[in-house]
Design a protein around this ligand. Structure first.
Ligand SMILES: Nc1ncnc2c1ncn2[C@@H]1O[C@H](COP(=O)(O)OP(=O)(O)O)[C@@H](O)[C@H]1O
Ligand SMILES: [Mg+2]
Length: 103
């Protein structure tokens, strides 16, 4: 199952995403949270902490500036650029997914 949370700034996307991700994880689902926002602060809402949230955002910015395709597959993206948060939610801050694979 894939869930996308979209809406205007300040409408509650980040808060809703954090609660949804952790609630599903607590129910036993395997959850990957992808923060695609230009202001990526889902890590705060998920509870990974300020430093780790900043680290993930900086890493995305650095990779974007270098203009390279930095994750050739879904698994590698999550493995290389993800971090484990509370309740077992795996978080990654990503920019554009150009070639989504099934699943
Ligand atoms: N259901 C809600 N009820 C009241 N306040 C909320 C609710 N969801 C979010 N907020 C508050 O609204 C503000 C914006 O929420 P946020 O999740 O950051 O929005 P977005 O990610 O869409 O910009 C935050 O201060 C947040 O605490
Ligand atoms: Mg937000």
């Amino acid at each position: 199952m894939k869930i996308a949370v979209v809406g205007k700034g300040g409408s509650g996307k980040t808060t809703t995403s954090g609660v949804l991700a952790r609630t599903l994880a607590r129910q036993g689902h395997s959850v990957v949270a992808l923060d695609c926002d230009t202001n990526p602060n889902l890590g705060i809402s998920l509870g990974v902490g300020d430093d780790e949230t900043e680290r993930l955002a900086t890493m995305r910015q650095t990779l974007d500036e270098e203009g390279i395709g930095h994750a050739p597959s879904w698994d590698e993206l999550i493995e290389r650029f993800g971090t484990d948060g509370p309740d077992g939610v795996r978080l990654a801050v990503v920019s554009r997914i150009q070639n989504p694979e099934p699943g």
